[in-house]
Design a protein around this ligand. Sequence first.
Ligand code: ADP
Ligand code: MG
Length: 673
Amino acid sequence: MADVEDTTKRKHLVTTIKERCRVCYTCVRECPAKAIRIINGQAEVITERCIGCGNCIKVCSQNAKVFRNETDRVKQIINSGNPVAAIVAPSFPAEFSEIRNHRLLVSLIRALGFKYVAEVSFGADLVAGEYKKVLNTQTYPPVISSDCPAIVSYIEHYHPDLIGSLANIVSPMIAMGRVMRKRYGKNLNVVFIGPCIAKKDESPEIDAAITFRELRDMISQRGLKPADVSATEFDPPLGGKGGIFPVSRGLLNTVGIKEDIFERNVIVAEGRSAFQEAIKEFESGQIAQEHLELLCCDGCIMGPGMSPYPFFSSLSRRYRKRASVSDYVLHKLETMDIKQWEKDYEEFCTIDMFRAFTNRDIRYVKPDTKEIDAVLQKMGKNGPQDFLDCGACGYDSCEDHAIAIIRGLAEHEMCLPFTIEKLHNYIRELNVSNEKLANTQEALRHSEKLAGMGQLSAGIAHELNNPLGIITMYSNILKDEANADDPIRTDLELIAEQAERCKKIVGGLLNFARKNQVNFADVNINHLLEQAISTVIYPPTVKISLESMIRNPMVQIDIDQMTQVLTNLMKNSVEAMPEGGGLIQVRLTEADDDISIHIADTGTGIETENMSKLFTPFFTTKPIGKGTGLGLPIIYGIVKMHKGNISVKSNADPGKGQTGTTFTIMLPRIAKS
Ligand code: ADP
Ligand code: MG
């Protein structure tokens, strides 16, 4: 049995450029190994779980995923002075379609310092021959081809039970490396150049593996152009039909193997969904009689190491690439020296093509249902009706997403419906806060205004108090001195009466300005209300009711001031019902630490535009001599001195139902200093 590898020591193959990652979860979705973790809103490849298929690189529209660049390592190998061979994957015509004559490409590679430049396709010829030998044995159990390193890695990591089904045959790259060393010396360094990034970690036999993209970089860094070199052919041995392998839907289909195997069919599955499905069916025994040819990409020509098409990135140019490779191979087959190829084949087909596989089992244990359900519930998914399986998170189902969260690979926020719902709630909360803020601002503006007016009023009141006292006193003295029948007496009486009225107004102003002291006393609020009601003068058409819904009637308040508040409010109510009379309902309610007095009338109501002016001193809608506009400002001042609150609701529009006004005064039970 194969050994278990310590995967933690592996070098990363793919990394994320954090600044570029826009967290669209496309890489999560396209990763067959689910080796991408979203952490703090960033996608991160988990090296130990990565199979190197490069799907994430291909699908990232932001180019946020990059593979390990090994050009520096290749330069080092070349500079070491040891002879180095470049072995070029058969998909090269698809990459370098602009270089019509492949010999110019060969010379460009040579110019980088490679002593030999050979084709991997000869290795593919040998490997195909090996498959043929093995599979022609009728008793041979069905195999899974092992030429795609990402597939091998996938099986070793995620389906280790199938390791026994992998063909024990090396890949064309390894075969070619062995060929080169046999022909050009054991110490030869071998560098693979191809479309694949999984090759970088395939085997220590190959000194470095770079992609076509990296090769282009090296060529352009050296400022080399096809025009600067003269054409040279690949170094022998030259490849034959194996060159068609990257486009011919797999190695088993190459060089006529398929036709030679009568007993069994070859199922070819390319691309991430297809190969996963095929493995699942193979593992479950549904297709146990067929050989599997699996490729991670849609043919090697679509590998992540191919340069992206610069002009239309959405254009894969798949068929253009296929055509380039087939043109090259067809032309080669027409012109090749068959005799020489057969000689080479004879010479090298004896080299050892065996390879073994390693159990790298890295599968997770499935969490228990309870744990999964708890995570699902956290995302607002309480039953099948909530499992949308929309795939927006990158996982096929809500359950898979929940499992990934438990494993620390995913975050709740990746669930789009959940996040949208959350956002809606935020917006709602924000609206409520905004509204509260606006109300508070309005109240603040109001109290600032009142405070300003309070200061002014207090000043005026203070100045007026003394002269008014003098007017009252002297008019009374003069009145007393005048004869009883002197007509001036009535004038003096009027002066004294009006001066008295002025004093009252001034007293009110002082109240409003909170310049008065509050004398708190323990009071039974029920009694206070009964008494206040009894002092109000009201016509017989008006009915007053009192309803107390409190169990504890004791409060600490200033009796005189609170009586003034209540009588003022009831007076206003009476005045709002001039003709037909109506009803005044006084109600008492309580909460833990406070009580509320509600005074509701069926009067005319207050026009909406007047609502904000009610507590402004001197605002009145009553005729001169009737209203002073000081009632409510004084009430406001008193309530505030009691650390309470006053609010008002009113309807003045009979179209909207019964007109009327309700004032509510909330007072803390215990007087606070
Ligand atoms: P005044 O009663 O001297 O006008 P107030 O400050 O007591 O001054 O009231 C200001 C104004 O608020 C009143 O003129 C009236 O328009 C309005 N108002 C107060 N209470 C009521 C009520 N219960 N019903 C209708 N309007 C009211
Ligand atoms: Mg009034």
